[in-house]
Write a protein that binds this ligand. Structure first.
Ligand code: ZN
Length: 186
């Protein structure tokens, strides 16, 4: 017989690093039959995002090809979690905005990305309620970046091939160095 003094630790859900085929695949819509896995996944995705830390995370980034994403533009402050299920961009502004973007699947890599300045997104929240949100500034970029993930698109796919290859090579080099360091600690 054994007694458990503390609840078992929830293992950290790993975030996939590019290049990874799951990150390149189109995610499928969340359906009623996915309710259990989605309910279980959402808090684990928030834990992984806050631990990273990051401001957005899409389900494919944790290996699940479902149209589900989370955003919190204030990860260090009073949290403002925003869960979007089956999000759909229903309108974009004509004017564009350029902003530096990064991605938890491309750690330490940043580049300026130009996108529509404002978007309107329709989605279902975690209770199944139909919602709509208008995003501008950082929220607009974040919504578009995360919805891109559901299409298998990374922010580097918006760059020239030259810039994209440069970033992917630098990422691969840094990841190799990291793995070497980690295996040296074992
Ligand atoms: Zn990303």
């Amino acid at each position: 017989m054994s007694t458990t003094l503390s609840p078992p630790a929830i293992t950290q859900i790993p975030i996939l690093i590019a290049p990874n085929q799951v990150l390149k695949a189109r995610a499928r819509a969340v359906e009623d039959r996915d309710a259990d896995i989605v309910r279980e996944l959402i808090p684990r995705m928030y834990a992984a995002m806050y631990a990273a830390p990051g401001i957005g995370l899409a389900a494919p980034q944790v290996g699940l090809g479902l149209r589900l994403l989370i955003i919190d533009l204030k990860p260090n402050d009073k949290h403002e979690p925003l869960t979007l299920i089956n999000p759909e961009i229903v309108a974009v502004s004509e004017d564009l905005a350029t902003r530096e973007e990064g991605c938890l699947s491309l750690p330490n890599q940043y580049a300026d990305v130009t996108r529509p300045a404002r978007v309107k997104v329709r989605y279902f929240d975690e209770t199944g309620a139909k919602k709509e949100i208008d995003g501008s500034d950082l929220l607009s970029a974040c919504l578009q970046h995360e919805i891109d993930h559901l299409e298998g698109i990374l922010f580097v796919d918006h760059l020239s091939a030259l810039k994209r290859n440069m970033i992917m090579r630098r990422l691969a080099k840094e990841q190799r160095a990291l793995q070497k360091k980690e295996s040296a600690w074992k």
